[in-house]
Write a protein that binds this ligand. Structure first.
Ligand SMILES: *[C@@H]1O[C@H](CO)[C@@H](O)[C@H](O)[C@H]1NC(C)=O
Ligand SMILES: *[C@@H]1O[C@H](CO)[C@@H](O)[C@H](O)[C@H]1NC(C)=O
Ligand SMILES: *[C@@H]1O[C@H](CO)[C@@H](O)[C@H](O)[C@H]1NC(C)=O
Ligand SMILES: *[C@@H]1O[C@H](CO)[C@@H](O)[C@H](O)[C@H]1NC(C)=O
Ligand SMILES: *[C@@H]1O[C@H](CO)[C@@H](O)[C@H](O)[C@H]1NC(C)=O
Length: 233
């Protein structure tokens, strides 16, 4: 819009840009209808996951289609260094009818449901060899067999999380220690202040008379305030 305004100084220019605008709008509308109408497969907002070896991971995938589905074919494939290995496949006859899934991998379990447009799978007991790209593929005959796919990346990590845990424990205990130390220091301070206060009362005349000692009194009153706060904690 802004560019149209800047170039549209002459009448002809304005006309041309107006035509362009209409053409652009038409194209955008067509594209919009095209994309909204077609099938879409998605692995969700997060397209990769880091999981520990030995764990079981969910490989998520959902589909959506405004024109509806009929005999929707889908499969999951693993990209083994360029070679696609089929993990499972199925046909969803129509919306809401659960597919009979043919599973071709011993550790794959279909956990989706066509009622929720969900064609996710579980991969059990993962090993480091399972790392890589998993492709969720779908084809809807209703829209000229156009192919749709989404890629999900699995990263298998060693039990590094435990190191993180120990680090957290170290940090937490260190923090706890520091807090404990602070409390001890405060208690000691309170006790010392308490005794100093008693001394104060005895030496009050001396403190008032000299300016140098004023600071000590300020410091002490500050300590008194902190001292009041401690019983609450
Ligand atoms: C994960 O891998 C490490 C090193 O290869 C191994 O020691 C550990 O037992 C494995 N964990 C599981 C649960 O398989
Ligand atoms: C993967 O492919 C590359 C070349 O494309 C090859 O050098 C490598 O050995 C392959 N790795 C496996 C595990 O097959
Ligand atoms: C995963 O591992 C557990 C324990 O080792 C085993 O009981 C289970 O059968 C395995 N599951 C699959 C699907 O391999
Ligand atoms: C798909 O189904 C699985 C298993 O029931 C569930 O864990 C997952 O959250 C579902 N995904 C979506 C996007 O609904
Ligand atoms: C869709 O994928 C199949 C393989 O599953 C392939 O044979 C076919 O040519 C693809 N169609 C298009 C339009 O890309």
């Amino acid at each position: 819009m802004a560019s149209v305004d800047s170039t549209g100084s002459s009448v002809s220019g304005r006309l041309r840009s107006g035509d362009l605008l209409h053409a652009g709008l038409a194209v955008a509308l067509l594209l919009g209808v095209w994309t909204v109408g077609g099938l879409e497969v998605s692995t969700g907002k997060v397209s990769s996951i880091e999981a520990m070896n030995g764990s079981t991971v969910l490989l998520p995938c959902t589909y959506s289609s405004c024109i509806g589905i009929e005999n929707l074919y889908f499969n999951w494939q693993y990209n083994d260094n360029g070679t696609l290995i089929k993990l499972c496949e199925a046909l969803i006859p129509m919306e809401g009818v659960e597919p009979k899934v043919r599973v071709l991998h011993e550790r794959v379990e279909f956990v989706g449901s066509s009622k929720r447009n969900n064609i996710s799978i579980l991969l059990w007991n993962i090993t480091f060899e399972d790392e890589g790209e998993y492709i969720c593929f779908a084809r809807n005959p209703k829209e000229k067999n156009r192919n749709h796919s989404a890629i999900f990346t699995l990263i298998v990590v060693d039990q590094m999380k435990e190191v993180d845990n120990t680090l957290t424990i170290i940090i937490v205990s260190a923090l706890g220690g520091v807090i404990g130390l602070v409390i001890i220091v405060m208690v000691i301070k309170a006790v010392v202040v308490h005794f100093l206060q008693k001394d104060d009362e005895k030496n009050k005349e001396c403190l008032v008379s000299s300016s140098g000692n004023d600071n000590t009194e300020n410091g002490l009153s500050g300590a008194k305030n902190e001292n009041k706060g401690t019983p609450k904690a």
